[in-house]
Design a protein around this ligand. Structure first.
Ligand code: PMP
Length: 286
């Protein structure tokens, strides 16, 4: 089936969709993005991702290029034109195209591109049932990881290092040896005392929308939680390790740098959270 991309107001064949060589996203990574999961053609955690997109743009002083209503229409139209039932929809907004100069250009319209693709949910389910491998990697990113920018080179290098070691995700750690998050996920553990822990958002991490949704479910389930940093060593001794993101939901990590986590199988908390997160995300998708 031929894919379609939205580029600055025009739907184009995916293979021919291009942006200008002086787009600031291309030259300076001067842009932001969002990813929504799509269930039955509808967007999961819609408002959360939309609000974070607006926040990322505001933090970088990129003009919000269209109303939330218009954005909803083009996101859904891109999903429809690509016949995506289950998958993801991706939006990238950059400061626009201008002669190359580090400082912001004046009176330039932001560039907006949207793509959508189908994903076979069965593959993720099979991996979640078995558990995925993780490796640790130093966090080499800039100081504003709360902004979801397209400047993902350190994340890409970390993910590649994970892949070369046969792992699903790279778990990043700071100069103190404390875990920040995954290369494209938030990281969680059930510590030795049975407490659920994840890094607090005062740290230099992305405020994951899936993370936020899970926090609400955790409260409703009465699971004890501490938003407090944990070390790589604590993660290796943990009962469970898992990561969360819009595209992987809740993914149990059953080995870290080759060390078996717990009994080496997906743990009960990760398994339960995955189940109830998916149930809710499907039900509330719009
Ligand atoms: N951290 C990083 C670095 C990410 O790239 C992502 C996914 N984009 C996440 C966490 C998870 O965020 P979300 O749950 O909003 O997808």
């Amino acid at each position: 089936m031929s894919r379609v991309a939205y580029v600055n107001g025009i739907y184009q064949p995916h293979g021919q969709a291009v942006v200008h060589i002086e787009d600031r996203g291309f030259q300076f990574a001067d842009g932001v993005y969002e990813v929504w999961s799509v269930f039955d053609g509808k967007l999961a955690d819609y408002q959360g991702h939309l609000s974070r997109l607006a926040r990322s743009l505001t933090e970088l002083r990129i003009d919000i290029p269209m109303s939330a209503e218009a954005l909803g229409i083009v996101l859904r139209e891109t999903i429809r034109r690509n016949r995506v039932r289950n998958g993801i929809v991706y939006i990238q907004i950059t400061r626009g195209t201008a002669p190359r100069d580090h400082a912001f250009p004046k009176d330039v319209a932001p560039s907006v591109i949207i793509t959508a693709k189908s994903i076979d949910l069965k593959k993720g389910e099979a991996l979640a049932a078995k558990g995925a491998a993780g490796v640790t990697h130093p966090d080499m990113r800039w100081g504003r990881c709360d902004i979801k920018t397209v400047g993902l080179l350190p994340n890409a290098l970390a993910k590649q290092a994970a892949r070369e070691r046969g792992a699903y995700e790279a778990i990043l750690f700071d100069e103190m040896g404390m875990v920040t998050e995954g290369s494209s996920t938030n990281a969680w553990i059930i510590d030795e005392n049975g407490k659920l822990r994840t890094r607090d958002t005062q740290a230099n991490i992305l405020r994951g929308i899936t993370r936020a949704a899970i926090l609400k479910l955790v409260e409703a389930e009465g699971i004890e939680l501490e938003e407090r940093a944990f070390s790589v060593e604590e993660a290796k001794r943990a009962r469970e390790v898992f990561v969360t993101a819009a595209s992987s939901f809740v993914m149990p990590i059953t080995s870290l740098d080759g060390t078996r986590i717990g009994d080496g199988k997906p743990g009960p908390v990760a398994t339960r959270l995955r189940e109830i997160y998916l149930e809710q995300a499907r039900r509330d998708a719009v």
